[in-house]
Design a protein around this ligand. Structure first.
Ligand code: XUL
Ligand code: CO
Length: 441
């Protein structure tokens, strides 16, 4: 049964098209830096916002018009919804989707029934994946909605909740493997604190690390070949989330001997909540060899929370793609990461057609970012400047320091002889910003 009967398959019509249900920039077969746009961008639709978002906010209930919904959270409805979702993925032309276990299948009266529900829906998902060729970029477990997780999951003060969370992740790993998921994501959910008066910080962090080690053990045991990803976020729902930002996650993973088993899934709105730009977070993760995948969205400068809007800003997408192309992309021989739209339509955009407009805009914005970043790289305007800026490290004293061949005594001898440091040269920020505006226009 078709649900989006008034929407055709979305096609590329070129930049001059006035058709609001067409791509103006995303031509999946266009070659950029030797690969198709489809291969570079590896777009994914997220199940939670797109198929479970109701439009509710702290001031009012859901108001989204979703004619296929029957108002129940039954397994039957979950299976029907799978059909709706895959029709959407196909019409939009995305190669991937992502889910939380509880987005796709409902909780039962106990864990056994919950797992049985998940198996039934997973079968429907697998059938639709096979029918359409749409693949699972990543799965994740929802360890934050059910009230049992009020104090966190792996970091709960209640050891039984840690046990429940472990059992839930075990099952979700099995299903993600069964569905060929290319990654598995851990977002901190309620892993954090709201007040230190009631919190044993060290114990909670030790438990979080223990949980990740157990997950790594089980991944190896079942031979799940996907990549584990941690998704940093500084706050919301808790005042302080333990997976605060990229640098914090890298330090945590290194400190607990987990760095080889994880990469990061970096989200734009989480970066801005942490007081960073997305480019900073991506560059940091990439520099550590740990940039795995991205959750593409944006916040609103006038609001201080995770608004998860669709990305439309060409500077943002160009900056993302500069870092991603700089590390040779998100794909690897086993699959790899992608650009997942962890984004939701505004409450006012309550009709099903708005889901298409939102994704088309996000995909086009990333297509533009990809093309502009490739052009900037081809003409070498940033890389040449940066290389020149650090040229003093390529020879002489700089090269000696980098090679570990200079002690403080050598630096003193060198400077006593020279008298003073060589003159500084301008960083030319404004000139570079003007150059970038030659491309983004
Ligand atoms: C929450 C968030 C999550 C993760 C998956 O802010 O981004 O949806 O992407 O749990
Ligand atoms: Co996210």
């Amino acid at each position: 049964m078709a649900f989006f009967t008034d929407v055709p398959k979305i096609k590329f019509e070129g930049p001059d098209s006035k058709n609001t249900l067409a791509f103006r920039h995303y031509d999946e077969s266009e070659i950029v830096e030797g690969k198709t746009m489809k291969e570079h961008l590896r777009f994914a639709v997220c199940y939670w916002h797109t198929f479970r978002g109701t439009g509710s906010d702290p001031f009012g209930p859901g108001c989204n018009l979703r004619p296929w919904e029957d108002g129940t959270d039954s397994v039957e409805m979950a299976i029907k919804r799978v059909g709706v979702a895959f029709e959407f993925f196909e019409k939009l032309g995305v190669p991937y989707y992502c889910f939380h276990d509880r987005d796709v299948s409902p909780e039962g009266k106990n864990l056994k029934e919950t797992n049985a529900n998940f198996d039934k829906v997973a079968k429907a998902l697998k059938d639709e994946q096979q029918r359409t060729g749409v693949k699972l970029l990543w799965g994740t477990a929802n360890l934050f909605s059910n009230p049992r997780f009020m104090h966190g999951a792996a970091t709960s003060c209640n050891a039984d909740v840690f046990a429940y969370a472990g059992a839930q992740v075990k099952k979700c790993l099995e299903v993600t493997k069964e569905l060929g998921g290319e990654n598995y994501v851990f977002w901190g959910g309620r892993e954090g604190y709201s007040n230190l008066y009631n919190t044993d910080l060290k114990r909670e962090l030790d438990h979080l690390a223990k949980f990740f080690h157990l997950a790594v053990d089980y991944k190896k045991k079942i031979g799940f070949g996907g990549q584990f990803l941690i998704e940093p976020k500084p706050k919301e729902p808790t005042v302080h989330q333990y997976d605060f930002d990229v640098a914090n996650c890298v330090a945590f993973l290194r400190g607990y001997g987990l760095a080889d088993s994880f990469k990061l899934n970096v989200e734009t709105n989480h970066a801005t909540l942490a007081g960073h730009t997305m480019m900073h977070e991506l560059a940091y993760a990439s520099m550590c060899g740990m940039l795995g995948s991205i959750d593409a969205n944006r916040g609103d400068l006038l609001l201080g929370w995770d608004t998860d809007q669709f990305p439309t800003d060409y500077y943002l997408t160009t900056q993302c793609m500069l870092v991603i192309l700089g590390q040779g992309g998100l794909a690897n021989e086993k699959g790899g990461g992608g650009v997942n739209f962890d984004a939701k339509v505004r409450r006012e955009s309550f009709e099903p057609i708005d889901l298409f407009h939102a994704h088309i805009g996000g995909m086009d914005a990333f297509a533009v970012g990809l093309k502009l970043a490739a052009q900037i790289r081809k003409e070498g305007v940033l890389s040449d400047f940066v290389k020149q800026r650090y040229a003093s490290w390529d020879t002489g004293i700089g090269a000696k320091v980098e090679a570990g061949q200079a002690k403080f005594e050598d630096l003193e001898t060198y400077m006593l002889e020279k008298g003073d440091a060589a003159k500084n040269v301008s960083g030319r920020q404004e000139m570079l910003e003007n150059i970038i505006n030659r491309y983004v226009r």
